[in-house]
Design a protein around this ligand. Structure first.
Ligand code: CP
Ligand code: NVA
Length: 318
């Protein structure tokens, strides 16, 4: 979590979660510990302690959402708090009101700000002006809240120690891929992106991952069948992220051969699981057979969003 140090704009010690890279090992460990323990309580039919009683999360969405909205809002409710959900039609971020003024107003009314935005720079600007925690609920750059649930799903399968495990993302080097690569590196797992040449992770991003996770096994390839040969988990996401719709036809042409299907998974080890952040475009990046088949962990993964987000909220706002 980013520790803000600018006294003029934000209180020292206000902690944000804009990307996995900025979270300390201690905070990441606390998020996972808390998430698993809250999940165990819930699964045992016990209500969680109301550790966020009297606290409100102000949520702002510039793009659609199902999992992120429900997991954060339900998470606040289950921890005894409350959430207010705002859309761009009412807020007009950057149009009706500047990002800085939006944040200054929210500072005095809620106890945390969570935002899904097109431009990651808007989250950075919020964090500069916030005196309450700012959480990234997806930007063009990163989807770190998803990565927390992805890591939990991998831990459910392979145990808390993910060192030596290998996650292969087949598709676009996008926001989800970046956050997954970073969380894999932080947790000692290897990460491979198999993408068409024009859709690889940027070298500057790969350099940042390697700088933070020296010795990490980070591979970029354009051959998905080769990539999945030693995979423990194969991950799919849409070929056309929100905001990229104008590139739909070019992307669909470029991503031919990058579908996660029976043919591709026949190249993977028998134990390899399949993950997807959802929403899935069935018969595009993934087939029905794989989504609904025995290797799929897609829906438990979606449910882990709730538990991961509760762990994050408890650590940041509890
Ligand atoms: N995976 C995910 O973030 O889903 P939503 O876009 O529905 O929130
Ligand atoms: N990469 C996708 C993820 C959606 C949860 C997007 O940004 O649209």
């Amino acid at each position: 979590m980013t520790h803000t140090t600018t006294t003029s704009k934000a209180t020292i010690g206000t902690r944000h979660f804009l990307s996995v890279r900025e979270a300390s090992d201690t905070d990441l460990g606390r998020v996972f510990d808390t998430a698993f323990s809250l999940r165990d309580e819930r699964n045992a039919g016990k209500p969680n302690a109301p550790i966020l009683a009297g606290k409100t999360l102000g949520m702002f969405f510039e793009k659609p959402s199902l999992r992120t909205r429900v997991s954060f809002e339900q998470g606040m409710i289950e921890l005894g708090g409350h959430a207010i959900v705002l859309g761009q039609d009412e807020v007009g971020l950057g149009k009706r009101e500047s990002v800085a003024d939006f944040t200054r107003v929210m500072n005095g009314m809620v106890h945390g700000i969570a935002a899904r935005v097109y431009k990651h720079a808007h989250l950075v600007e919020m964090a500069e002006h916030a005196t309450v925690p700012v959480i990234n609920m997806l930007s063009d750059l990163a989807h770190p809240a998803q990565a927390l649930a992805d890591a939990m799903t991998l831990m459910d399968e392979f145990g808390r120690d993910l060192s030596g495990k290998h996650v292969v993302f087949v598709g676009d080097g996008n926001n989800v891929a970046r956050s997954l690569a970073m969380v894999c590196g932080r947790l000692g797992a290897a990460f491979t992106l198999a993408s068409p040449p024009d859709y690889a992770l940027e070298q500057a991003f790969a350099d940042r991952v390697m700088a933070q996770c020296p010795g990490m096994d980070l591979t970029m390839t354009h051959d998905p069948k080769q990539a999945v040969r030693y995979a423990d988990a194969v991950y799919a996401d849409t070929f056309v992220s929100m905001g990229d719709e104008h590139e739909h036809d070019d992307r669909h042409a470029a991503f031919q051969g990058f579908q996660v299907n029976d043919e591709l998974m026949s190249c993977a080890p028998d134990h390899a699981i399949v993950m997807h952040c959802l929403p899935a475009h069935r018969r595009e990046e993934i087939t029905d057979e794989i989504m609904d088949g025995p290797r799929s962990r897609v829906f438990p993964q979606s449910h882990n969003r709730l538990h991961a987000q509760k762990g994050l909220l408890a650590v940041l706002m509890g």
